[in-house]
Design a protein around this ligand. Sequence first.
Ligand code: 6CS
Length: 340
Amino acid sequence: MFMKKGLLASAALGLGLVLSACGDDSGAEFQWDFVTEEAPGDVQYEYAVEFAERLEEKSEGRIDITVFEYGGLGDGVDQAEQLMRGSTQLGIVSPGFTGTMVPEAELFALHFLFPDDIALTQEILNTSEALNVYLREKYEEHGMSPLAYFTEGAMQWTSNSPLQAPEDFEGFQIRVQNSPLINTSYQQYGADPTAMDWGELYSGLDQGVVEGQENPIFFIESAGFHEVQDYMTISNHNNYVAMMVVNTEFYNELPSDIQAMLDETVEEMRQVGFDLQEELNEAALSEIESNTEVLTLSEEQRQAFRDLAMPVRDFYRENNGEDAARILDLLEEEIEAARN
Ligand code: 6CS
């Protein structure tokens, strides 16, 4: 790699605001921006490109979509705010960037909540009333409608010292997204979490500003984090969930035929997105294994983390908005039913 993606990402963050002002002269009846938090080759970006192509084709040119990679319209939090305001129409958003605005959405920060079986997790994300009705309502109070939730894969830790037991996290400086409940989850293990945008993370790890981070395997490899870390721990402590979102007013005001095409594309993309993350995560694991020590936690080792993580669910119920308890109770029931 000529320039590390983390460095490219920082540069893109500066340039993107200028480039995005150039506009679109396709002449299409509907001209939309679709913002993502990742780079070409990553799950979100490839999902958005495929989504845009399908919708443009279905509409026979009436719709023209410009897809932005990470940094094209600011950082993760900026992008979420633009979608809420309606200056961007479509996007992929990680709930971790909306935690300060929609506290109920922080449930995705709870470790060991979803099943380890990723296909089963995706099935729950597709069908959950807690997420697709009640959490969607919470987002819509802020002008953003999640039309689908999708997994980008199980999350793993990278570090320069082995992370295999909660004691290994004592005072450990872990980079997290800007989410209060992700912080709480790591404080439970004794760690010292620091919020940082991922564009700064490669150099942050390289220079020792932070000591480790969590992400799905494909992202660790594509951002090159393993190049500046000695270990990757297969912990599967959480599932990285992203949302396909639209600005609510924009969506509600679409002509019904155009809205139906958009909805149809969301449905088609469920399996496409799942296959994409599976393929990218599998390929990245062998790449990482070739130059990084990979530690896999036993079930007993995972249980020690799970025991500490469970009380965070009550913390969420009590501190994350008036509907947090109702949404989590229902989601837990749905997960339990899906497991049986
Ligand atoms: O760690 C992050 O912040 C980034 N991780 C992924 C998998 N996608 C985008 C996000 O910003």
